[in-house]
Design a protein around this ligand. Structure first.
Ligand code: GDP
Length: 443
């Protein structure tokens, strides 16, 4: 998952601050130096880092912070808000034309994920009861048309094509007309990419733009390409007035710099993030949730939304309440794991639960689906009472649990320790966010 390195480094900086009762100006300066390095290492644009640190410093060096009861927490809160702002502040929604169809023009370099993203967007729109038409405008890449047709078949969305001998401008024009004639309320135009930005391509895109007058020009960028992605975005934006960016391949181990720089550099909001090759791996981009994930504070809201299809919301709310109040037991843990398995790859889900991201990084506790089986075996070997009161699990009980689950005492010890830490972190974060999720914790 993206941002892992950044998350670990930021958490180290903050755990040093959290450990202190009083925080001096030097402590803040030192922490800011480390945050700066962490961001640069995550490949965030140099100018963006500079401005970011200046803003955080301005807010953090104030008297109010130093005199608060938990200065470390207040600083994390400031960083959280600034990170959110950096990525656009709040969710940028997809435009909707007053008079349908809404035209979405997809642009980007070859291999960025345009064609797959077009299919994913169509699927997302279908779920909202829309009737999108996909238009195959990439006539240069061999198999691009076929790829779009296959995607269309999978999701049962119509695909408009005139083969690869008609000009893309003409395809776009006729595609739009086809949508109007057939009552499609969205038109998603897949355009050609090149390996590099070139003038010929831009000219063609400008022509398509003037013919279809799109409501959205969405640039699809591969977040694995780091700074390059930001340069590409800047270039396309100058030529085409982008209305939004889609970041793909955030499931890979990208350092995350692109996500953090692209809005600040181009002024263009990130509208969607893609976290996998599957057709439902596209998510609306929420800056505040992404900031929370980057800081290792989890993303309960996205998790609950993801879960809504699978579990009843009352249960989810109850679970969140328990997490916030540190009433979370091993029984809840098991139940959560059960639900989680239905939701997708375990490591992506873990990142959304407060404290779990950190637990995942712990040495020797590699969290993959097999490892989850061992963790479950340990919890299943606990008595009901032990599951409800983890504090009562003393040494001899731990030995019994290890034998019963076919694991080692060290594994049992580690799980219990990490479970405790997770509960503590959930509590700390919920205290920091206050009952409504925004307040600072002051003396
Ligand atoms: P295009 O040339 O821009 O149309 O790119 P494609 O849509 O053909 O995508 C290029 C490759 O990237 C394909 O193998 C996709 O499956 C893959 N891909 C696209 N989006 C994602 C993503 O979010 N995560 C991962 N892991 N792969 C992706």
């Amino acid at each position: 998952m993206a941002f892992e390195g950044l998350t670990t480094r930021l958490q180290n900086v903050f755990s040093k601050l959290r450990g202190k009762g009083k925080v001096s100006d030097e402590d803040v300066a030192e922490a800011m130096r480390e945050v700066r390095l962490a961001l640069l290492e995550a490949d965030v644009n140099f100018k963006v880092v500079k401005e970011f640190i200046a803003k955080v410093k301005e807010k953090a060096v104030g008297k109010e912070v130093m005199e608060s009861f938990t200065p470390g927490m207040v600083i994390i809160d400031i960083v959280n808000k600034e990170l959110t702002d950096l990525m656009g502040g709040s969710q940028a929604k997809l435009a909707k034309a007053n008079k349908p169809p809404t035209v979405l023009m997809m642009v980007g370099l070859q291999g960025a994920g345009k064609t797959t993203t077009s299919g994913k967007l169509a699927k997302m729109l279908q779920k909202q009861n829309s009737r999108p038409l996909l238009v195959a405008g990439d006539i240069y890449r061999p198999a691009a048309i076929k790829q779009l047709q296959v995607l269309g078949e999978q999701i049962k969305a119509p695909v408009f094509t005139l083969g690869d001998q008609t000009s893309p401008v003409e395809i776009a024009r006729q595609g739009l007309q086809h949508a109007k004639d057939n009552g499609n309320d969205y038109v998603i135009i897949d355009t050609a990419g090149r390996l590099h930005v070139d003038e010929e391509l831009m000219e063609e895109l400008r022509q398509i733009h003037s013919v279809v007058n799109p409501d959205e020009v969405l640039l699809v960028v591969d977040s694995m390409t780091g700074q390059d992605a930001v340069n590409v975005a800047e270039h396309f934006n100058q030529q085409l007035n982008l209305t939004g960016v889609v970041l793909t391949k955030l499931d890979g181990d990208t350092r995350g710099g692109a996500a953090l720089s692209v809005k600040a550099v181009t002024g263009c909001p990130i509208k969607f993030a893609s976290l996998g090759e599957k057709l439902d791996a596209l998510e609306p981009f929420h800056p505040e949730r992404m900031a929370s994930r980057i800081l290792g504070m989890g993303d309960m809201l996205s998790l609950i939304e993801k879960a809504q299809l699978n579990i009843d919301t009352d249960k989810a709310k109850e679970m969140e309440r328990k997490m916030r109040n540190a009433e979370f037991t091993f029984e809840d843990f098991l139940e959560q794991m059960d639900q989680v398995k239905k939701l997708g790859p375990i490591d992506q889900i873990m990142d959304m639960i407060p404290g779990m991201g950190k637990m995942k990084q712990a040495k020797d506790l590699k969290v993959d689906d097999k490892q989850m089986g061992r963790i479950e075996a340990i919890v299943y070997s606990m008595t009901t009472e032990e599951k409800r009161n983890p504090d009562m699990i003393n040494h001899s009980r731990r030995k019994r649990i290890a034998t019963g689950s076919g694991t080692s005492l060290a594994e049992v010890n580690r799980l219990i320790k990490q479970f405790d830490e997770m509960r503590r972190m959930m509590k700390q974060f919920s205290d920091m966010m206050g009952p409504k999720g925004g307040g600072k914790n002051k003396a």
